[in-house]
Ligand binder design. Structure first.
Ligand SMILES: Nc1ncnc2c1ncn2[C@@H]1O[C@H](COP(=O)(O)OP(=O)(O)OP(=O)(O)O)[C@@H](O)[C@H]1O
Ligand SMILES: [Mg+2]
Length: 536
C-alpha cells in the first residue's frame, strides 16, 4: 500500500520538492482534478499554475484520448503501483494550452492521503528523443543503401574493366602466337647449324624473345581469366582434394617463416570447376598472404559448407540462395587499409614495388570464381590480417569421367588439314608448323573460303582446324557447314577467347576440341594427334 500522508503538497516544502524534479509533475486528486503542478509543467503545457489547478486532468490529454482517459485513471486507482503509464500502448501524448500536442513519456506513482488517492504523474516531452531516433534510423538505412550501391558500383566497374581487358587480351594473344612461333622457327633453324660462336649469340637472343613472349602470354591469360573469357573444363571437384594436393607446393612457396594450418570440413559439398583454375586461385591467395607476412606468421586454409538463405542473398546481386562450399584463406599479415580494399580486385592494382607484382592475382581470382558461379569476399583488419573467402555453388552432379589420357606426340603422316584463320600472320605461322610436321595443309582466310574449298568436292580432309572468332562466318558455323559437306570431318577450334561463341558461358561441350591461343608447335601437334585419334 502507498504510504499515508497527512497533509499533501499544500506547503512550500512540497512545492519546492516538486520544482526540484527534472520532469513536469502533475498531482491529480481522486476525483481527477489537478491538485498541484510544478513550474516545469507550467512551461511544458503552457498554462499558468492558477489556471490549471482545479481543472480535470483530461484538459491535458489530446482530444482523441479524452473519452477513454477516466477509465484508465480508474484502472490505475484500483492498482496504484508505481509504473510507466500506458506501457505496451502506442505512443502517449500531451496537449498544450494552444491545442498542440507532443509525444510524452509518463511515469505514475500514488500516495494515499486523507482526501483519497493522490496520483503523481511525471511527464517528459520526448519529441527530441524520437527525432534523434528517427534520424539514427535514417542514417542507418542510408548507410545500408550506400553500402549496397558501392557494391553494385564495384561489380559494374569490374565488369567494364573485364570487357576492356578481354578485348585487348584477344588481340595480344594472336600477336604473341606469331611472335613466339616465329621465334621457335628461328631457334629450330639455328639448332641445325654447327655450334659456332655467332650462332650461340643468336641462340641466346632468341631464347630471350621466347621467354618474354611466354611471360606476355602468361599475363594475357590472367587477363582473360579476369575477363571470364578463358575456355574452361569444369569437373566435379572436392575443394578438400584440391587443398590436399597443393599442400606440399604451398609449404614450399610460403617458406619457413610462415606456418600453414589447414582445416578441411567433413562431408564437403562438391563443386563444378576447372581444377587448374582453382589451383591458380589457391596459389594466388597464398602468395598474397605470404607477401603480407614478411616477418612470418600463420596462413590458415579452411574449407566449409555454407547455406545461403534468401534473405542474405537478397542484398547481394552476385549471390543466389543455395548451398555453397567455401574456401577461406586467412593470414596474420599487414592487412589492407580501408581506402585500398575496394580496389584490390581491379586488374593492375598493386601496392608492391615495380617489377614485383603485376596486380593481376586477385583480378584473376575474381574472374575464375565468378565464372564458376561463385563469389569472393574480402575482410581485412589493418595490422591484424586479411581473410578471403571463396564461395562456390555446390553441384548435385556425380563425378565425371576420368581425365583425358595423355595424347601421343609426333607429327602427321600426310593427313589433310583445312586451316581457317582470318589473321594472315597467324594463318601462315600455323600453316608452317603443320606443313613442316608432315601434314598437308589447305588454307582459308574465312569460313566462306573454307566452305568453297569443300564444295569443290575434290578433296577429303581429315581435320578442320578453325579459329572461333572471325568476321562474317564464325568458327562454329564454319564447322557446321563443313560437316554438312563431309560428315566424318574432325574439328579442332583455336581460340583464346570464346565469349560464349562455342557454347554458353565459355564452357567446352564434351566432344568439342579446342586449343588455346597462343599455342606452341608441340601443343598444336599434340592436340591434333588427340583429335585425329577420335572418330570424326
Ligand atoms: N593477403 C593480403 N594481405 C595484404 N594485402 C593484400 C593481400 N592480398 C592482396 N593484397 C593487396 O592487394 C593488392 C593486389 O593483389 P593482387 O594479388 O591482385 O596483386 P599483387 O599481389 O600486387 O600482384 P600479382 O599477384 O599480380 O603478383 C596487393 O598489391 C596488396 O596490396
Ligand atoms: Mg598477388
Amino acid at each position: 500500500m502507498p504510504e499515508r500522508h497527512v497533509s499533501y503538497l499544500s506547503d512550500r516544502r512540497s512545492a519546492a520538492l516538486l520544482d526540484a524534479a527534472p520532469d513536469a509533475m502533475l498531482c491529480v486528486a481522486a476525483d481527477g482534478r489537478i491538485a498541484a503542478i510544478n513550474s516545469q509543467a507550467e512551461q511544458l503545457f503552457g498554462y499558468p499554475r492558477e489556471e490549471l489547478v482545479g481543472q480535470p486532468v483530461e484538459i491535458l490529454v489530446p482530444e482523441a484520448a479524452q473519452a477513454v482517459h477516466p477509465r484508465h485513471r480508474a484502472a490505475y486507482a484500483a492498482n496504484p503501483r508505481p509504473r510507466p503509464m500506458g506501457a505496451g500502448l502506442q505512443q502517449l501524448a500531451g496537449r498544450r494550452r494552444d491545442g498542440s500536442t507532443f509525444p510524452a513519456e509518463i511515469s505514475l506513482s500514488a500516495i494515499d492521503t486523507d482526501e483519497g488517492l493522490l496520483t503523481i504523474a511525471a511527464v517528459r516531452d520526448v519529441t527530441e528523443r524520437l527525432a534523434a531516433r528517427a534520424e539514427q534510423e535514417r542514417l542507418k538505412s542510408q548507410a545500408e543503401r550506400d553500402r549496397l550501391e558501392a557494391r553494385l558500383h564495384q561489380s559494374q566497374r569490374l565488369e567494364s574493366l573485364g570487357q576492356l581487358a578481354g578485348g585487348v587480351a584477344h588481340d595480344f594473344n594472336n600477336l604473341l602466337g606469331v611472335i613466339s612461333n616465329y621465334a621457335s622457327f628461328v631457334s629450330q633453324e639455328v639448332a641445325k647449324e654447327p655450334p659456332q660462336i655467332q650462332w650461340q649469340a643468336v641462340r641466346g637472343d632468341i631464347e630471350q624473345v621466347e621467354k618474354a613472349a611466354q611471360r606476355a602470354a602468361d599475363l594475357t591469360h590472367q587477363l582473360l581469366a579476369f575477363a571470364r573469357r578463358k575456355v574452361i573444363q569444369p569437373r566435379v571437384l572436392n575443394l578438400n582434394d584440391v587443398v590436399a594436393d597443393l599442400e606440399q607446393l604451398l609449404v614450399r612457396t610460403l617458406g619457413e617463416h610462415v606456418e600453414l594450418v589447414t582445416h578441411r570440413a567433413e562431408d564437403l559439398g562438391t563443386v563444378l570447376a576447372d581444377r587448374g583454375q582453382l589451383e591458380q586461385v589457391l596459389v594466388n591467395l597464398a602468395v598474397n598472404a605470404r607477401d603480407a607476412m614478411p616477418m612470418g606468421g600463420t596462413l590458415t586454409l579452411e574449407t566449409g559448407n555454407n547455406q545461403i538463405d534468401a534473405a542474405y542473398a537478397a542484398d547481394r546481386a552476385d549471390l543466389e540462395p543455395g548451398r555453397y562450399a567455401s574456401l577461406t584463406v586467412s593470414d596474420t599479415g599487414t592487412g589492407i587499409p580501408k581506402g585500398k580494399i575496394d580496389r584490390v580486385f581491379e586488374p593492375f592494382f598493386t601496392t608492391k614495388p615495380e617489377g614485383e607484382g603485376s596486380g593481376l592475382g586477385l583480378a584473376t581470382v575474381y574472374g575464375i570464381v565468378t565464372q564458376a558461379g561463385g563469389t569472393v569476399r574480402i575482410y581485412s583488419e589493418p595490422g591484424m590480417g586479411t581473410t578471403l573467402t571463396v564461395l562456390l555453388p555446390v553441384t548435385s552432379r556425380g563425378a565425371g569421367p576420368a581425365e583425358a589420357h595423355q595424347p601421343e606426340l609426333g607429327g602427321g603422316g600426310g593427313e589433310v588439314v583445312l586451316l581457317v584463320e582470318d589473321e594472315a600472320a597467324l594463318r601462315e605461322v600455323t600453316r608452317r608448323m603443320l606443313h613442316q610436321n608432315g601434314y598437308q595443309v589447305l588454307v582459308a582466310a574465312t569460313g566462306h573460303e573454307a566452305v568453297d574449298i569443300m564444295a569443290g568436292g575434290q578433296c577429303h580432309i581429315d581435320v578442320l582446324v578453325t579459329d572461333v572468332v572471325m568476321p562474317k562466318m564464325l568458327g562454329k558455323e564454319t564447322a557446321d557447314r563443313v560437316r554438312g559437306l563431309q560428315p566424318d570431318v574432325r574439328v579442332l577450334f583455336m581460340s583464346g577467347y570464346t565469349q560464349g561463341l562455342l557454347s554458353a558461358q565459355s564452357v567446352l561441350e564434351p566432344g568439342v576440341s579446342l586449343i588455346e591461343k597462343p599455342f606452341s608447335e608441340s601443343a598444336l601437334l599434340a592436340k591434333l594427334r588427340e583429335v585425329l585419334a577420335t572418330t570424326g
